[in-house]
Design a protein around this ligand. Structure first.
Ligand code: TPP
Ligand code: SF4
Length: 245
């Protein structure tokens, strides 16, 4: 029988119907309960998930837009015994914070990045993000993203996985129950990699934004399959040599 994870506060999520941020918050709360929540520090970022610190009852530091990996680096270096993670959207991690994420990964910081890729800037009204798909209509690409003008969508996990500092990199989705369970496994593994001091870990989460995609919550589940996974294949892109399951 499902219970409400003890780490989720009583506060109702402010997310739109069908948004996957809520599913991810629940998974995060469930997995953190398996570790020591008292010793966990989250770094929240800017975007729709800006109030995550109101929903998951652990210690948090709020970072300015894009700066979460730099803040997490500082926190982890001061408190190396803590489990430290960032929670960032694609505008945050792959646009304004590209430098921070690349260099934190290259340095092999012992932190975990949870990267929510919903292919748009959700909070500010659906502008193009680096992850917006070719042909996808957004408020700043009303004709659809055209690589000739806006370049190609960025595959962050593939890009980061080639860096030596990265110990674990995976992409997951939340549009079916099976995939939600796989996402939970990947999240657990990313934290175990951090616990084992093996280096930087990241999980990219393909996440629905029905509001800015202009589809219903149910259609958004299909959209993840047909559009997102087709361009952003799921799976583990890097796993440590040592046995972390
Ligand atoms: C320095 C700075 N620049 C711009 C903004 C405005 N801003 C707030 S949220 C956001 C986009 C967030 O999009 P994303 O990271 O994809 O998260 P989502 O809302 O989709 O979950 C922007 C540009 C800001 N808060 N700070
Ligand atoms: S705008 Fe998109 S990402 Fe933001 S809460 Fe709504 S569905 Fe979620």
């Amino acid at each position: 029988m499902f219970k409400r994870p003890a780490l989720l506060t009583e506060k109702n999520f402010h997310y739109c119907p069908g948004c996957h941020h809520g599913i991810m918050h629940r998974l995060l709360a469930e997995v953190l309960e398996e570790f020591n929540p008292e010793e966990t520090i989250g770094v929240s970022s800017v975007g729709c998930s800006v109030f995550i610190y109101d929903y998951i009852d652990i210690d948090w530091v709020a970072a300015a837009h894009g700066r979460a990996p730099a803040v997490a680096t500082g926190v982890k270096r001061v408190k190396p015994d803590r489990l430290v993670f960032t929670y960032q959207g694609d505008g945050d991690l792959a646009a304004i914070g590209t430098g921070e994420i690349v260099h934190a990964a290259a340095r092999g910081e012992k932190i975990t990045a949870i990267f929510i890729n919903n292919a748009v800037y959700g909070m500010t009204g659906g502008q193009m993000a680096p992850t917006t798909l070719t042909g996808q209509k957004t408020t700043t690409t009303p004709e659809g993203r055209n690589p000739a003008h806006q370049g190609y969508p960025v595959k962050m996990v593939e890009m980061l996985s080639v860096l030596d500092g990265v110990a674990y990199a995976a992409r997951v989705a939340l549009n079916t129950p099976k995939r939600i369970l796989e996402a939970k496994k990947a999240l657990r593994k990313a934290f175990k990699v951090q616990r084992a001091n093996l280096g930087f870990s990241i999980i990219e989460v393909l996440s629905a934004c029905p509001t800015n995609w202009g589809v219903s919550p149910v259609e958004a589940l299909k959209w993840v399959d047909e559009k997102m996974i087709a361009y952003y294949p799921l799976g583990e892109y890097k796993t440590p040599q040592e046995g972390v399951e």
